[in-house]
Design a protein around this ligand. Structure first.
Ligand code: FAD
Length: 438
C-alpha cells in the first residue's frame, strides 16, 4: 500500500477513535432539560479521555507507525496532545463549576462520591504528567525515574478517567454507546499489552551478544553486536533501535541509538555511542559476551527511500552515527551518487570516524567538509558552526536537487534548518533526526 494511503488510514483511525464518542454524544437522543454548557463540558471530558487513551500509540514504537512518520514528529505530537488533553480535562470541571456552583462540593474529597474522587486523582495525575515532562530538565528530574513515574501516572489517569466516565453514566448508557466505549478501552489495553508484554517477549526470542567494543575518537565507543540464534535485523541506513544491555527487555532501561553499520550486513549490527550521561559512560567498561536486546528498526531518516540524485548530510558531533550507516551502505552497494558531508565538531582530535571518512572519500563520490569550533594551528578549513555561509561555499549550484539529512543536538538542527531556508532549499527536501526528543 502506498505511503500516503497508509498515512491517511492511520489519521482516519485516530480521528474516529478520538471523535467517535463526540459524534455519539451529538447524534444520541438528548434527554429533555439537558443544558448546553453541561453537555459541552461532557464533550470536553470525552475528548480529554479519548486523547489520553491513545497517547500510548505514538511513543509505543508500533512498527507500522514508526516507519511511516519521523520519530521526532511522533514524540512532538505526543507532547502537544498531552497538553491539549490536560487543558480539556481541566476545562471540563471548570465549566461545570461555573455553570452550576453547587457542583463545587464534588471537590470535597471526604464527602464526594467515588466517581468524583477518581476524576480528581486523574486530573492530578495528568497535571503531574504535563509538569514533569515539559519542565523535566528545569526541575532536574533524572530520565529513568521520570520514565517509570510517567508510565504509572499515565495508566492511572486513563483508568480513573474511564471509571469516572462509566460511573457518571452520561451519554454512555445506551447499549451502543457502552459497546463503543468498551471497544475503545480494549484497543487502548491491546496497545499496552503489545508494548509492555508482547514486544519485550519477542525481543527475548531474538537476542544479540556484544562481540566487540571499539574505542572511537570523541569520547565514543562502537558496540558491535552479533545475533544469537537468528540471522539479525534488516534495517535501512539512518534508522534507529532501542538497546537494552545486560537487563531484561521487560524493564524500562533502554536507550535509542542509530545503527552505524552497513544495512548490507544485518548479521553484524554496530552502534557508536558518545559518553554523555550515566548509561552511555558505562558502556566502555562492558565486556564482550554481554547480552543485548535490540528493538528496531524505526524511523524514516532513510536515504535509500528517496530517488534523489545527490545527498547532503549535515552532522553535529555524534549526529554522524546515522550518516556513517548511510555512507557505509552506499560503499557496499557501489552507489556512485554525489554526497557531501558537512561535519561539525569541537576539535580535530574529537572527530569520530575521522580516518574512515578519509577512506570513504576515496571509495565514494564523497566530499567531507569538516567544520571545527577549536581548529588546530594552521587549519585552513571551515571554523565555527555549519552556517548558511559554510553551506553556500560548498554546495554546488544544483543544490536544489540534493536531499538533505541533518542530525545532531536540537540547537544545531534549528540553526541548520534556518540556514537551508535562507539558501531557499525546499522544505520537502530536508529530513532531520533529533537526538534530544525525550
Ligand atoms: C532517535 C535517537 C537516536 C540517537 N542515536 C544516538 C547515537 O547513535 N549515538 C549516541 O551517542 N547517542 C544517540 N542518541 C542519544 C542517546 O540516546 C542519549 O545520549 C542517551 O540515551 C543518554 O543516556 P544517559 O543515561 O547516558 O544520559 P543521561 O544523562 O541520563 O541523559 C541525557 C539525556 O538523554 C536523554 N535520554 C536519557 N535516557 C534516555 C532514554 N532511555 N531514551 C531516550 N532519551 C534518553 C534525556 O533527554 C536525558 O536528559 C540518540 C537519541 C535519539 C532520541
Amino acid at each position: 500500500m502506498k505511503r500516503n494511503v497508509r498515512i491517511a488510514l492511520w489519521l482516519f483511525a485516530y480521528f474516529i477513535m478520538v471523535f467517535g464518542p463526540l459524534f455519539l454524544l451529538v447524534l444520541a437522543p438528548r434527554p429533555p432539560q439537558r443544558e448546553f454548557w453541561r453537555d459541552f463540558s461532557v464533550g470536553l471530558g470525552f475528548a480529554a479521555l479519548t486523547l489520553l487513551g491513545l497517547q500510548f500509540v505514538p511513543t509505543g514504537r508500533i512498527p507500522a507507525l514508526s516507519t511511516l512518520f519521523p520519530l521526532d514528529t511522533l514524540y512532538r505530537f505526543h507532547h502537544r496532545i498531552s497538553v491539549l488533553a490536560w487543558i480539556l480535562a481541566l476545562a471540563h470541571p471548570v465549566i461545570l463549576f461555573v455553570n452550576n456552583p453547587y457542583t463545587l462540593r464534588l471537590l470535597d474529597i471526604f464527602s464526594a462520591p467515588w466517581r468524583a474522587r477518581a476524576a480528581l486523582v486523574a486530573v492530578v495525575a495528568m497535571t503531574f504528567l504535563v509538569v514533569s515532562s515539559v519542565w523535566r530538565r528545569k526541575l532536574a528530574i533524572v530520565y529513568e525515574p521520570w520514565r517509570g513515574s510517567h508510565a504509572v501516572a499515565a495508566i492511572l489517569a486513563t483508568v480513573l478517567a474511564f471509571y469516572h466516565m462509566l460511573k457518571v453514566n452520561y451519554y454512555s448508557a445506551s447499549p451502543f454507546q457502552r459497546i463503543f466505549w468498551i471497544g475503545l478501552a480494549l484497543v487502548w489495553a491491546a496497545f499496552q499489552v503489545y508494548v509492555r508484554l508482547i514486544k519485550p517477549w519477542l525481543l527475548t526470542r531474538h537476542p544479540y551478544v556484544l562481540a566487540e567494543l571499539i574505542p572511537e575518537r570523541g569520547d565514543s565507543v562502537t558496540l558491535s553486536l552479533n545475533p544469537v540464534g537468528h540471522s539479525g535485523m534488516t534495517f535501512r541506513p539512518g534508522q534507529v533501535a532501542w538497546l537494552t544491555i545486560g537487563q531484561s527487555p521487560f524493564g524500562i532501561r533502554e536507550h535509542p541509538f542509530s545503527m552505524t553499520s552497513s544495512a548490507e550486513h544485518p548479521e553484524r549490527l554496530e552502534f557508536t555511542v558518545r559518553s554523555l550521561g550515566d548509561f552511555t559512560s558505562q558502556l566502555g567498561g562492558l565486556a564482550p559476551g554481554e547480552r543485548v536486546y535490540v528493538d528496531g528498526a524505526y524511523g524514516t531518516f532513510d536515504a535509500t527511500q528517496s530517488d534523489a540524485t545527490a545527498y547532503a548530510l549535515i552532522a553535529g558531533g555524534i549526529g554522524s552515527a546515522p550518516m556513517m550507516s548511510i555512507l557505509r551502505t552506499m560503499a557496499d552497494r557501489g552507489d556512485e551518487r554525489p554526497v557531501i558531508l558537512f561535519y561539525g565538531n569541537w576539535s580535530w582530535d574529537s572527530i569520530t570516524f575521522r580516518e574512515e571518512l578519509d577512506v570513504l572519500e576515496e571509495r565514494l563520490n564523497l566530499n567531507v567538509v569538516h567544520v571545527l569550533e577549536m581548529p588546530p594551528e594552521g587549519w585552513d578549513g571551515e571554523v565555527g558552526y555549519v552556517t548558511a555561509d559554510v553551506l553556500d561555499r560548498h554546495l554546488p549550484p544544483e543544490r536544489n536537487e540534493y536531499i538533505y539529512f541533518i542530525c545532531g543536538p536540537l540547537p544545531m538542527l534549528g540553526a541548520v534548518r534556518r540556514a537551508l531556508r535562507q539558501l531557499r532549499i525546499p522544505l520537502s527536501r530536508i529530513h532531520s533526526e533529533e537526538y534530544d526528543m525525550a
